[in-house]
Design a protein around this ligand. Structure first.
Ligand SMILES: [Zn+2]
Ligand SMILES: [Zn+2]
Length: 224
């Protein structure tokens, strides 16, 4: 799939990665209209959950194992199309564009970390796609920030979790994530989209259990 997507990209004329309008020449991945339509989250939102606003006391990340979460864009319009282009059409250069947009606006509070940790893909999904979108975004972002990548998390693969009650094991929101080796002391978790925060929280819990003392989360886009 990966090789096929690359082959198709070579054969196809240059097109906008979001709306697929033809582009005059190779160069920017996005057309001018999509660039202008990117749904930036400009106002300083809630530092814990990354939402632009919510009820006081209604922070969905109030009990999360990550300290801060941030995304430059809403998961909407051209930003959603870019995520889809990377995930489902294998438009790998899009990861570099996303990383540039994340790095450009990354708040100082999220910069003081030792390594970038990608949210792990489901093993089956990685096999089917031939690549891992979050891993690719994390690698491009780490390169921009001059940080190492610590791919120390993996999905538990449906193994029984020690200590989890029967009800928790049946809960599909409960994700089995484990940290291998010694995770970075200060970790920057990276995923493509922050939806409920359950995945980021499961990853942050695994990092904390492995010894990380400061965990912050960055995604390209935030579901509002
Ligand atoms: Zn476009
Ligand atoms: Zn919040």
């Amino acid at each position: 799939m990966h090789a096929l997507a690359e082959l198709l990209a070579l054969l196809a004329p240059p097109a906008c990665a979001a709306c697929r309008a033809p582009l005059a020449a190779t160069g920017p991945l996005l057309c001018l209209a999509c660039t202008r339509a990117l749904p930036w989250l400009r106002a300083p939102g809630c530092p814990r959950c990354g939402l632009p606003r919510h009820r006081r006391g209604g922070c969905p990340a109030a009990g999360a194992a990550f300290a801060l979460a941030w995304a430059p864009l809403a998961y909407d319009g051209a930003a959603r199309e870019l995520v889809r282009a990377l995930k489902f059409r294998g438009a790998l250069p899009v990861a570099g564009l996303m990383a540039a947009q994340v790095a450009a606006g990354l708040p100082p509070a999220l910069r003081g970390v030792d390594a970038v940790v990608p949210v792990p893909a489901h093993p089956g999904r990685r096999r089917r796609r031939g690549f891992d979108p979050a891993g690719l975004l994390a690698a491009r972002l780490a390169a921009r920030l001059g940080l190492p990548v610590a791919a120390c998390l993996s999905r538990g693969g449906g193994r029984r979790q020690v200590g989890a009650g029967a009800r928790q094991r049946r809960d599909p929101r409960r994700l089995a994530v484990v940290a291998r080796g010694a995770p970075p002391r200060r970790a920057l978790l990276v995923d493509d989209v922050h939806t409920t925060g359950a995945t980021l929280d499961a990853c942050a819990r695994a990092l904390a259990a492995g010894g990380s003392g400061w965990i912050v989360a960055v995604t390209y886009a935030r579901t509002l």
